[in-house]
Design a protein around this ligand. Structure first.
Ligand code: ADP
Ligand code: MG
Length: 353
């Protein structure tokens, strides 16, 4: 559906040269929801603006449905842009136009009568669950309702692709969830291919099929959401995941000699991490029963991606040292990552990871 080939965008000013996007190649399949994550300034917005040529790439090619849009004439490009809708963090509605006129705006020069445009706006309002607001002005709407109007407007021309640049970043968590639900529904019902820029782990987890991580203008990691998050290769990806967990607290607890992390002889603090889609198993009770050890959970950060558990557990494990070693081998066999955080057994030379 979308293919980027060796795309670069450099901004030149009198005083500086910024390589905002560097040699990015990316494919997004028909019907996919693709997340683009990365720190502020990584180049996410520039990359996505290059897809509809709001920003002209310095070099490289953009294909939409197999057609190279970087090679199109202005006229062809105008028609092709109708296949791409876009929404933004700040909604970008016209404050002086009623809701239905905002939505009908992209239809304006398409040769429709006013009634036809109003009908289409009504249809779109129903689709985004905002039927009673057609004659209201944007200032009378909540943030979530404004974003629904912006989504309806983005869909006016029946696009095949929707670009979302931090579309939920200005919304509270509950409203964010309802907008994500709406995006998912549109994706399913209309087969709408969607690209979602976000700095929120939650957004990616909720709706994305695949995701790419950007750093300094480059895509450094890309893949199916589960494998990306279960087994992140890059520091920036790991940090992104950690923002959604409380695991980093364990180190300060150890430093502060917290009562929970003060180990008795034979105890270890271990981190277990699901690395692969495995059958959800009652991990803690299974190993404690099977190997006669105690597993005392300190932190658990488990999410469900589809039917597979993602995340992990930090716990104090105690019991016979050999039994613990066997339990760890068993877990490794089940593709659970094991990391020793603190060990009060002996100087351990075994590497379980
Ligand atoms: N129009 C522009 N002119 C000059 N520099 C820009 C322009 N747009 C973006 N940049 C720079 O390009 C880099 C990437 O910006 P951006 O794509 O907005 O990143 P992100 O969306 O990941 O925060 C930043 O260093 C930013 O300052
Ligand atoms: Mg941005």
């Amino acid at each position: 559906m979308v293919a980027l080939e060796n795309l670069s965008k450099t901004f030149n000013s009198k005083t500086s040269v910024v390589e905002a996007v560097k040699n990015v190649s990316l494919r997004v399949e028909q019907g996919e929801i693709h997340g683009i994550i990365g720190l502020s300034g990584a180049g996410k917005s520039t990359l996505v603006r290059c897809i509809n040529l709001l920003e002209r790439p310095t070099s490289g090619k953009v294909f939409l449905d197999g057609e190279e849009i970087t090679a199109m004439s202005n006229r062809e490009l105008r028609l092709t842009r109708r296949k791409i809708g876009m929404i933004f963090q700040q909604f970008n509605l016209f404050a002086s136009r009623a809701v239905w006129r905002n939505i009908a705006y992209p239809l304006w020069r398409g040769g429709l009568t006013k009634k036809q445009m109003a009908d289409r706006a009504r249809e779109l309002l129903a689709l985004v669950d905002l039927s009673d607001k057609e004659n209201v002005y944007p200032s009378q709407l909540s943030g979530g309702q404004k974003q629904r109007v912006a989504i309806a407007r983005a869909l006016a021309n029946n696009p095949r692709l929707l670009l979302c640049d931090e579309a939920t970043s200005a919304l509270d968590p509950q409203t964010t969830s309802s907008i994500l639900e709406l995006l998912k529904k549109l994706n399913k019902r209309l087969g709408l291919t969607t690209i979602v820029i976000t700095h929120e782990m939650h957004v990616v987890k909720e709706i994305c099929d695949r995701a790419s991580v950007m750093e300094n203008g480059e895509i450094v990691e890309s893949g199916e959401v589960f494998s990306l998050f279960a087994n992140p290769q890059r520091r920036v990806t790991q940090d992104f995941i950690e923002t959604a967990s409380n695991f980093s607290k364990i180190n300060s607890m150890i430093d502060e000699n917290h009562v929970i992390t003060r180990l008795r002889p034979g105890e270890r603090i271990l981190k277990f991490r699901y690395m692969e889609k495995s059958e959800a198993e009652a991990l803690v009770s299974a190993v404690s029963r099977r190997f006669n050890i105690d597993v005392n959970v300190i932190f658990a950060n488990l999410e469900w991606v589809g039917d597979a558990p993602l995340g992990g557990i930090i716990s104090v494990v105690s019991g016979d040292s050999r039994n613990i070693d066997e339990a760890l081998l068993y877990l490794r066999d089940k593709h659970v990552g094991v990391e020793v955080i603190l060990d009060n057994t002996r100087v351990s030379e075994t590497n379980y990871a």
